[in-house]
Design a protein around this ligand. Structure first.
Ligand code: 5GP
Ligand code: ZN
Length: 137
């Protein structure tokens, strides 16, 4: 349920104080200590799961409801122009804390100079398309 060596387990369960925006039986939403933007928040499940793959399906579904609820208050309250919902799994994907979390990042026009979430668009090859469709059919 909890991992004694996990900082987000301690924060989510209130063992370490945090700037809490929202809390319910399953989640705590806190302000990020090193925000990408004003209002950058993290949705933490109270139950430990390292990533999306370990997260129980019902907790994953509830996490999106919390994202909508808290994201809406942030967006309306801060009058931002957009909001990223970001979730990293594994080091190559940018995960640095190995307790599942979702980022809510308010965005303002022109902030792309400071916040980079872009990639060089590739081309979907016939080979890749066949291979990936084959995983599902
Ligand atoms: P990741 O890179 O794993 O997707 O995101 C980890 C996030 O957690 C980063 O944005 C980082 O600033 C934030 N973070 C790391 N340690 C703490 C902490 O102790 N408290 C808070 N509030 N945020 C943290
Ligand atoms: Zn944890």
């Amino acid at each position: 349920m909890r991992d004694d060596n996990c900082i987000f387990c301690k924060i989510a369960n209130g063992d370490i104080p945090s700037a809490t925006l929202y809390e319910d039986e399953d989640f705590r939403v806190i302000l990020d200590l090193n925000p990408a933007a004003k209002g950058h928040a993290l949705i933490l499940p109270k139950q430990h799961a390292a990533n999306l793959f370990e997260l129980p399906e019902e907790v994953a579904a509830k996490a999106m409801k919390v994202a909508k609820k808290v994201g809406t208050v942030l967006a309306e309250g801060l009058s931002c122009d957009g909001l990223n919902v970001l979730q990293n799994n594994g080091e190559p994907a940018g995960q640095t804390v190995f307790h599942f979390h979702m980022h809510l990042i308010p965005r303002w026009k022109g902030d792309v100079k400071k916040i980079h979430m872009t990639w060089e668009p590739g081309t979907l090859t016939a080979e890749d398309k066949e291979e990936i469709l084959g995983l599902f059919h």
